[in-house]
Ligand binder design. Sequence first.
Ligand code: HEM
Length: 169
Amino acid sequence: MTAIRRSCLSLVALVPMLAVTAWAQDPAAKPRSLYERLGGYDVIAKIVDDFGPKLSKDPAIAPLVAGLSMDHRMRNRQLVVDLLCEAAGGPCFYIGRTMLSSHQGLGITEDQFKQAGALMVETLDKFKIGEPERSELLGIIGKLRPDIVEKKKDPAPAGTAGAAKYWFA
Ligand code: HEM
């Protein structure tokens, strides 16, 4: 190979590298979503698959989920993946119920919610999710707290006139 040909070939290799570097440094470039920084769908699914069974094993939380069928658990698992994926900016749609309608009546306490948060932190440790992704994900979950933790004076399902209307309440 001649020296000219060799330098032409190295130039051809260099141009895309320079282009990629310039693109990476472009301040106008779109910031990477939490979804991307976490590692995408598979990482979110792994997090949920590690966290979910912990809820069933934790003595403080287990009674709340003890009666769920396998079908119900699988449905919940998929909906939690979709919810976190969408909230993190990923290509998913959450098509489940609201956090209020799906948790209201379970009587989830502040302490149980905090315990669920601690179990999530263990999972994030296990998968070595560092900052700022860890705080961002915990922030997404934390924002749901007011709808998941039972309010003391909340006797009837959301948007209804009163518990007396519901013989099953
Ligand atoms: C102590 C904490 C929690 C407990 C004990 C709990 C328990 C439950 C139970 C029993 C259900 C089934 C309700 C039903 O179908 O009747 C459910 C549904 C669900 N939960 Fe939780 N949950 C907790 C926290 C969370 C958190 C932090 C998230 C979000 C990351 C979440 C997301 C969901 C979703 C998406 C569903 C399914 C909604 C639907 O059916 O459309 N939960 N949860």
